[in-house]
Design a protein around this ligand. Structure first.
Ligand code: SF4
Length: 393
């Protein structure tokens, strides 16, 4: 146990720790440094800056993320003097937990407040051999994909590191470990609200915490970043933090993708797929997941499937077909099941592994944006996480 006592702060699976609604933890203390904003390097630098031994960083990181400590008094292997000092200058401030819902099939949703009027939703999807948590990286999104209601609502702000990792922090506290001591959350997908690569530094720092053995200890294969194709940032991610990659493709040619995913005008398909090939040289998995929302009569015809097969001929990938969930004034319709089946068959005949999403958590409406009816992310992107989680096992 790395010299730590066994505080067992994490509850058994399914139990909800007393008093973890987040009010105290989320209360802002002006002038204090929020330790949830730091990965190991940041925490090491911070302890040095306050005249403390750098090795304290590993101890504190374990308390914060492995044991879910909410205050410094719980860190019983730190000297009393250091605990008192930290209570003066630092704080542990996750986002505030507003609500939590559990589906009969085990899907769990957490609604978190990230500042006045801003809320994000985190969804956990259990499978037989894994459990996947989907987290958000921004409030709103600036990229204006035409089929996405988050894009329609515009960009509000980037989430801080504490707000990104805080989604895992809360879910991990609520879900805990299985009877064998394994964490219930085995996979994370950065596929909630926002474009992760446009909040690059905070996203990479949060991933660093996810991967750290002193924190959550996830493997790179089990953390997936989903991007709409911000090419320079894909290269930066490859250099700094190569984790599994999913690409929001959604169209087989530039004319259509310009319309559906406007960032394509800046980084067209040839440039984007070249970036995918570069990414695969360092990626922890040997394929990229291509996300493709099926829009009736827009991108779901056999000729579109044939164009896709040509397009990805030299990019190892798997396809995840996502039924579109209409929202007011979207202007699009969901592809009929026959069109999806035909599309899947064409890709499969070309040797491309293709999945369609499964529906989970219907009784609590696990689609994004429905919890408490207040979160603005109505893209229902939750549903595609399920397939990504399966692939990232
Ligand atoms: S699909 Fe993704 S990148 Fe596009 S607007 Fe929606 S959240 Fe942003």
């Amino acid at each position: 146990m790395n010299g730590l006592p066994h505080p067992d702060l994490l509850p058994p699976a399914g139990e909800h720790p007393e008093g973890h609604k987040g009010d105290a933890a989320a209360a802002r203390c002006p002038g204090r440094v929020n330790l949830l904003d730091f990965d190991l390097k940041g925490l090491t630098d911070y302890f040095e800056s306050i005249g403390e031994k750098p090795f304290r960083a590993k101890q504190v990181l374990r308390w914060l993320h492995q044991y879910g400590a909410e205050n410094f008094e719980q860190m019983t292997d730190l000297a009393k003097g250091l605990r008192a000092k930290l209570a003066e200058v630092a704080e542990i401030r996750p986002p505030k937990l507003i609500a939590e819902q559990a589906s009969e099939d085990g899907t769990r949703k957490f609604l978190l407040e990230v500042g006045p009027g801003n809320r994000v939703e985190t969804v956990f999807i259990p499978e037989d051999t894994r459990g996947t948590l989907c987290v958000s990286t921004q409030v709103g999104c600036a990229l204006e994909c035409s089929f996405c209601s988050t894009g329609r609502q515009g960009f509000n702000r980037n989430l801080s590191v504490a707000e990104i990792i805080g989604q895992l922090w809360w879910a991990n506290k609520a879900l805990g470990r299985d009877p064998k001591g394994e964490r219930i959350i085995s996979n994370v997908v950065l596929m909630g609200m926002g474009e992760p690569l446009l909040n690059f530094d905070n996203t990479v720092t949060a991933i660093s915490i996810m991967l750290d053995d002193h924190a959550y200890g996830l493997s790179r294969r089990r953390v997936t970043v989903s991007t709409s194709g911000v090419v320079p940032a894909m290269d930066r991610l490859a250099a700094q933090m190569p984790v599994a990659l999913a690409l929001s493709l959604h169209a087989p040619n530039d004319a259509l993708r310009d319309e559906l995913v406007p960032i394509n005008r800046k980084y067209p398909l040839a440039v984007l797929l070249a970036a995918c090939r570069r990414y695969l040289t360092v990626a922890p998995r040997d394929f990229i997941t291509m996300e493709y929302v099926m829009l009736d009569g827009v991108n779901d015809r056999p000729e579109h499937a044939k164009q896709l097969i040509e397009l990805v001929r030299d990019v190892p990938c798997k396809f995840n077909l996502i039924p579109f969930n209409p929202f007011p004034n979207s202007g699009y319709r969901r592809s009929p099941p026959d069109a999806v089946r035909r599309f899947t068959a064409l890709l499969a005949a070309a040797g491309i592994v293709t999945t369609t999403r499964k529906t989970r958590g219907d009784d609590i409406d696990a689609a994004c944006g429905q919890l408490a009816g207040e979160v603005e992310d109505k893209t229902r992107r939750t549903l595609k996480r399920i397939d990504i989680g399966q692939e990232a096992a």
